[in-house]
Design a protein around this ligand. Structure first.
Ligand code: G3H
Ligand code: 13P
Ligand code: ZN
Length: 331
């Protein structure tokens, strides 16, 4: 069942965070749906204690990788194959034009307008226009204020230019733009190289934002944990990821969720799992050239990884409760 992010956040706020996972292909899609039902293969039964509501994210890069219609068709098929799943279909880092395309498509249940590189007033103005168009169709809108470091889509931001979200500006931004959730810069960055030392999330900043925006859903981009295990597996099977790869410590997800972070964006970790499994498979079976040979263990490993992630986010085991709440709200 496809729902809006707003419906998911109403249930999650202050208790757990909903995982927002990027997909680009069929194997990621299947692994993602299985993992959110707590099963690693199609033969396994769904595990209610591990089943979670989730957000499937599509970046502009993913839409252009083959054709956006393939992504839509895959997700529709997954909805039929996994009828128990409850999820939102979300545009990640949209421009104004791409947001309108997704809103008009009738398929996306939420969009992100990312005008965070514009001036404060321009960001509000663009976001407000998208909110008007999206709300006419019952679609939720995420916006971004502040500047994360790292590389996202075609924009690279150096650590020097990254800046944390100002809590007073956040209040004004939300009031004037009408956005349904706000991506805030609280110390994370996109990609596999987030921290050079023992840094982590700026909890003082999250606390200050929540104080000024109580009960308002916050979003954390750049939230991959970049597990050492997967980086090592890639490098042991022929990869050359430079040293210093590090991410958000997983034990910081729940404390952030208690402070109003409802959506945690994870893309890099999925790429690491993909890369390790594909490299290891062909290293160990050099005579093989069947796309299904790495695809099968990848779907299983990715599903297990998603289930693990949802446990760290606190969303594992929440699926049935969310279903009941949504049903009651519709009566
Ligand atoms: O924030 C960016 C996401 O990780 C999407 O990356 O544009 O390479 O698909 P992508
Ligand atoms: P990571 O690079 O940490 O996975 O962040 C992904 C993201 O923020 C997608 O919008
Ligand atoms: Zn992002």
């Amino acid at each position: 069942m496809i729902v809006t992010t707003k419906e998911l956040f109403d249930q999650a706020y202050g208790r757990y965070a909903v995982g927002a996972y990027n997909i680009n292909n069929l194997e990621q899609t299947v692994g993602l749906f299985r993992g959110n039902l707590g099963k690693a293969t199609n033969e396994d039964r769904a595990d209610p204690a591990a089943s979670a509501p989730f957000i499937i994210q599509i970046s502009r890069g993913a839409r252009g990788y083959t054709d956006k219609r393939f992504l839509e068709a895959m997700i529709r098929a997954a909805e039929e194959v996994f009828p128990e799943a409850i999820f939102a279909v979300h545009l990640d880092h949209g421009t104004e034009e791409v947001c309108y395309d997704c809103i008009e498509s009738g398929f996306y249940s939420s969009v992100m307008i990312d005008a965070s590189h514009e001036s404060f007033d321009e960001n509000i103005e663009i976001t407000r226009r998208v909110v008007e168009r999206a709300h006419e169709r019952g679609i939720s809108v995420e916006a971004e204020l502040g500047m994360l470091g790292g590389v996202e889509e075609d924009i690279a931001v150096s650590a020097d230019h990254a800046c944390l979200t100002d809590p007073d500006q956040a209040v004004e931004f939300v009031e004037r733009s009408g956005c349904d959730s706000l991506a805030v810069a609280i110390g994370t960055s996109h990609g596999a190289y987030k921290f050079t030392g023992k840094q982590g999330l700026h909890f003082d900043r999250i606390t200050a934002i929540q104080k000024r925006l109580p009960n308002y859903p916050l979003v954390m981009h750049g939230s991959s944990s970049v597990p050492k295990e997967w980086v090592d597996r890639i490098n042991k099977s022929g990869g050359k990821l430079p040293g210093g790869a590090s991410g958000v410590p997983e034990d910081q997800y729940l404390p952030a969720a208690k402070l109003g972070v409802c959506k945690v964006n994870i893309d890099t970790d999925g790429r690491l799992v993909w890369c390790a499994v594909y490299r290891e498979t062909f290293r160990d079976k050099p005579e093989d050239f069947d796309p299904r040979t790495p695809g099968k263990p990848f779907m299983k490993a990715y599903a297990q990884y998603i289930t693990h992630k949802n446990k760290m986010l606190g969303s594992a085991g929440q699926l049935e409760r969310v279903r009941q709440a949504l049903l009651t709200a519709k009566v």
